[in-house]
Design a protein around this ligand. Sequence first.
Ligand code: GTP
Ligand code: MG
Length: 204
Amino acid sequence: MTCWQHDAVRTAWSVGQFPDAELPEVVFAGRSNVGKSTLINVLLGRTRKKVAYVSSKPGKTRSVNFYRVFAGEKNFCLVDMPGYGYAGAGPGEKKNWWRLIRGFFSTDRSVSFIIHLVDFRHGFLDGDRELTDWLDGMDMPRLVVFTKGDKVPRGRAKARYEKYVRSGLTSVLPPFVTNGKNDEAAERLRQAIPLIIREFRAIS
Ligand SMILES: Nc1nc2c(ncn2[C@@H]2O[C@H](COP(=O)(O)OP(=O)(O)OP(=O)(O)O)[C@@H](O)[C@H]2O)c(=O)[nH]1
Ligand SMILES: [Mg+2]
């Protein structure tokens, strides 16, 4: 498996700190604790010495983090967003989250598509639908990636997957199911991301 090489990591705590958008951006969004930072580490081959902060305590990523990636002749940027919807997060937290995400999309960026991460055990929950509706309103392409597939018994995985798909989710490819490991699912995702970027030229 060839992991992606990466270099620049930029951290932004507010809209004014976002770097210029020089490359197509792939934005990782989803509920807190769903596994956004974990998946970024996996894709970058950093499962031991992590680059993106991971924690079992929800609300770990509070800033927006940018990882510049070199994959073959393609360069692009992975954007790790703070999560929404964790227990104990008050209305202020939610307001801040929306301020950051709205600010992100209202600046002159070149977002190619969103990876919407959803916990395979629970499916779409509060916040996920809200995000989906908002992204629909902007015509923003997205790929659904289920995380924590390893926590669902094998015998139940197929039925669960079909139930989620039947419930009508929007995804540019059939959703992936990942396990937080650098396995075959991670490799397939590494192959799919540059293809989706090519398909959906960056839109701002
Ligand atoms: N078993 C399993 N654990 C996972 C998986 N993905 C993430 N985790 C664990 O879930 C916890 C949260 O992961 P993070 O990557 O920090 O989640 P996040 O979405 O970045 O969370 P915030 O930064 O709070 O928004 C950590 O303990 C991870 O090790 C997975 O696919 N399988
Ligand atoms: Mg995180």
